[in-house]
Write a protein that binds this ligand. Structure first.
Ligand SMILES: [Zn+2]
Length: 312
């Protein structure tokens, strides 16, 4: 028996078939289509393709969406980075797929995957932040995913670290969420603002070519550019502010940092650790701040694990 996990992202949809021990047996990645109906059809196609490529029966499908999802209705609430707001995700996906479907927030699923197989394995309580276009989050409390009273919980990217900070993205009405200070989007903003104000720097050269995003900035920082290093360090310190509050609240055993921006490693995490250690209450400074282990597969694998654990 096997299960299929699907991770619907803003730019691509990844689907994988998991066998015994949650081992990934086969996977596919396609571009995310522009509207919700096409997304549902694409998910159904991917499930069919992966199910047809094995004689092993597929018993359940898990789908991760970058949005809050009402646990009672399966309806998408706030979706900052896709056009899925108001979609009856659970119903439409179940209609499109011939085996039981479970739907969850992508950050919750990444946290589940890191807890069962990755950097939070063996721990009871864990906090996960995924740094990408925005910042997703997941909480493991007592070994299980915490979703709050309506299933919309653990939007850790919207923890405020700077009350009068920049406006947040999409449907978030807040200012100074950690997402506005340490996401791929905020790094691109800060790198380009610096470049515009400092002609003659390597960052300004990339900016002039229209090529300065967080990835290009990271390449420069890795090559030793002091301006790029300073901008990643500043973002890391804001991450540390958020981690200090999260540790004071949840007293986790480990804090895991995933998502594409986490590939910055200690350029981001060393200043984050320093700031966290300076700010957290002494008893809650014990949790190590570590990089996620499952990389870009975390959401997809977590979706498969949820499907396996939810199957009757
Ligand atoms: Zn926000």
């Amino acid at each position: 028996m096997s299960v299929i996990g699907v991770d619907v992202g803003g730019t691509k949809i990844a689907a994988g078939r998991l066998g015994p021990g949650h081992a990934l047996q086969d996977s596919r990645v396609v571009a995310t289509p522009p509207d919700a109906a096409e997304v549902v059809a694409t998910v159904a196609d991917l499930v069919r393709t992966l199910a047809d490529s094995t004689p092993d029966p597929v018993t359940a499908v898990g789908v991760g969406i970058p949005a809050t999802i009402d646990s009672a209705t399966g309806i998408v609430g706030a979706s900052n980075h896709t056009g899925m707001d108001g979609l009856h995700a659970q119903d439409v996906l179940q209609e499109a797929v011939p085996v039981p479907v479970v739907v969850d927030n992508d950050g919750n699923l990444a946290a589940l995957a890191e807890h069962r197989l990755g950097a939070a394995r063996g721990h009871r309580d864990a906090v996960l932040l995924t740094l990408g276009t925005g910042i997703g989050g997941g909480l493991i409390v007592g070994g299980e995913v915490f979703r709050g009273g309506h299933g919309q919980g653990a939007e850790l990217g919207h923890v405020v670290v700077k009350g009068d900070g920049p406006p947040c993205q999409g449907g978030c009405p807040n200012h100074g969420c950690v997402e506005t200070m340490c996401s791929g989007t905020s790094l691109a903003r800060d790198l380009n603002a610096f470049a515009a104000a400092n002609p003659g720097t390597p960052l300004a050269a990339l900016h002039a070519e229209g090529k300065l995003d967080s990835r290009a900035g990271l390449d420069l920082a890795r090559a030793g550019d002091p301006d790029a290093i300073a901008i990643f360090a500043e973002a890391g310190r804001w991450l540390g502010v958020a981690v200090a509050s999260l540790c004071n609240i949840f007293d986790p055993d480990v804090v895991v940092i995933g998502g594409g921006v986490s590939s910055a490693g200690d350029l981001l995490l060393a200043p984050a650790r320093d700031e966290y250690q300076r700010r957290a209450l002494a008893p809650t400074r014990r949790a190590p701040l570590v990089v996620a282990e499952l990389g870009p597969d975390a959401g997809m694998v977590g979706a498969g694990i949820l499907a396996a654990e939810s199957a009757p």
